[in-house]
Write a protein that binds this ligand. Structure first.
Ligand SMILES: [Cu+2]
Length: 311
């Protein structure tokens, strides 16, 4: 299976999680208070922002491929990215800024390839990580002007293995502003070289919808926030081993795949605010599977692996 990350490869276990989420998402429409709250996730931030532009996107499958519908240009600065997932599987809308004369095809080859490094001409600007089928998701980001690609990383991870859906986007210059604060701030901090740590400030994450500002810190690196409920008490060494495994078998039995949430990827120094819906109480694993721009270990093996209790 092709990996589809900015600094691939994503572990097979994590890919499988995304697949399992897709299956669960399709079959659980009757039971899900979470999906109804997700579909009303049109307003993400706790406070109204200065004046965010809206980038309204939708995605649907067409045969084995998927296709975005939406504008090809948006004013930069604060932008609320909305994605309506009209498809049958999970999809996302990762915003990738492309510097210089590099092309979208070159960017897709990086995003879809097996290189563990991320070239300096590619920048992860946030967007939507994972929207379940039939729901909409929303996130606010601060976008510099430039040439972008919108890439369906989540769809590629869970789909037929073909190239991800993508669309070009031109961001024109606008007023840069900090992404609004939320009730909860989750930060991937970087206390020292090759060492990271999750830090949660403000309200604890609860069952239901949580307004979250996700902050990516460090040097020459990228992060995302992935959360999934686990049962039992697997050791961190076992979890790291399982996440790193290239096995194509089922996900580990302590994972509850239907509970996974995932933000989009962000360069260090950037933030996004979004709504995170946790569907069940219990112990959740917070992790990031991305790597530094120069490669190295996935961040869950460098400290970005924490357990939190969600009530
Ligand atoms: Cu990371």
């Amino acid at each position: 299976m092709r990996s589809a990350l900015l600094n691939a490869p994503r572990s097979a276990a994590a890919v499988m999680l995304a697949v399992a989420v897709g299956v669960a998402g399709c079959g659980s429409s009757s039971s899900s208070s979470s999906s109804s709250s997700k579909s009303s996730a049109g307003t993400t931030s706790a406070q109204p922002a200065a004046s965010a532009t809206t980038l309204a996107l939708s995605i649907a499958e067409s045969g084995k491929a998927s296709k975005y519908t939406g504008p090809t240009s948006v004013k930069g600065g604060l932008v609320t990215v909305k994605l309506m997932n009209s498809g049958k599987g999970p999809h996302g809308a990762q915003l990738v800024r492309i510097l210089g004369k590099h092309t979208i095809i070159q960017a897709l080859m990086q995003v879809g390839g097996h290189n563990t490094k991320t070239p300096s001409w590619l920048h992860a600007e946030g967007g939507i990580g994972l929207a379940d089928p039939g729901t909409s998701a929303s996130a606010m980001v601060d976008l510099p002007a430039g040439n972008y690609a919108i890439v369906d990383v989540a769809g590629a991870q869970s789909g037929s293995g073909g190239p991800p859906a993508f669309a070009p986007l031109t961001v024109t210059s606008g007023q840069s502003a900090p992404v609004p604060a939320s009730a909860t701030t989750v930060t991937a901090t970087a206390p020292s070289k090759d060492h990271y740590k999750w830090q949660i400030a403000g309200s604890p994450l609860m069952v239901g919808a949580n307004n979250v500002t996700f902050v990516s810190k460090g040097t020459q690196t990228l992060h995302l926030l992935d959360a999934i409920r686990i049962t039992g008490n697997p050791s961190s060494a076992k979890i790291i081993k399982d996440l790193s495994s290239n096995s194509n078998g089922p996900p580990p039995s302590y994972i509850d795949p239907s509970t996974e949430i995932q933000t989009a990827e962000l360069d260090n120094g950037k933030s996004l605010s979004t709504r995170v819906t946790l569907s069940k109480p219990g112990t959740y694993l917070l992790f990031c599977h991305l790597r530094d721009r120069n490669g190295g270990k996935p961040h869950y093996a460098e400290g970005l692996l924490s357990r939190i209790t969600v009530k």
